[in-house]
Design a protein around this ligand. Structure first.
Ligand code: THU
Length: 173
């Protein structure tokens, strides 16, 4: 039997990308430092400026020197200028604690009128920035995700959120 054209293009190799997520049933199951960080992210929701989407996002960062910072999403009438909570807190850390790496980030959200029962996860642009910060400092950043209630997802590093991401390494000569 004649072989079909497709058979000609044999796959040489297959790469399987794996990400593992630790799932904690609730806040109480977290280590105290992680629970505090998630509480800090929750408090940051207060300062969300989100009159357009109504979706409030809070992020908190723990730096390797022990400092903890909070940030929230800051929207603008010119919609594309909206700043995500994750990038707000990363920028705040970069200027308040230059050169200090982040070891963990907690992210949560609140959408009045709809209980968020599942963890929320950062947008693609924030994943890219988280990876840049990890690379910049040569330090992985644990990522903790939660909605209003329920499970907490913990990832060992931001890079786990962006497999095959574009990184600065490729621009080196
Ligand atoms: N938002 C964040 O702050 N972080 C994310 O990772 C996803 C989205 C904000 C942007 C906008 O203010 C609102 O949530 C709705 O998209």
């Amino acid at each position: 039997m004649e072989s079909k054209a497709l058979d000609f293009f044999a796959i040489m190799k297959k790469i399987v990308l794996q990400t593992s997520i630790e799932v904690f049933p609730d806040l109480a199951a977290l280590a105290p430092a992680d629970r505090e960080l998630m509480d800090r992210a929750r408090r940051a929701l207060q300062h969300s400026h989100s009159p357009y989407s109504g979706f409030r996002v809070g992020a908190a960062l723990r730096l390797v020197n022990g400092a903890v910072l909070g940030g929230s999403n800051q929207e603008n009438a010119a919609y594309p200028m909206c700043l995500c909570a994750e990038r707000v807190v990363l920028a705040a850390a970069a200027v308040q604690y230059p050169g200090v790496a982040a070891e963990s980030m907690a992210i949560t959200a609140h959408y009045p009128g709809k209980e968020l029962r599942e963890p929320i996860s950062p947008c693609g642009a924030c994943r890219q920035v988280i990876c840049e910060v990890e690379q910049q400092h040569g330090q992985t950043m644990r990522i903790l995700l939660r909605g209003d209630v329920g499970e907490v997802f913990v990832l060992a590093q931001g890079r786990d959120l962006l497999p095959l991401g574009f990184g600065g390494g490729v621009l080196e000569r």
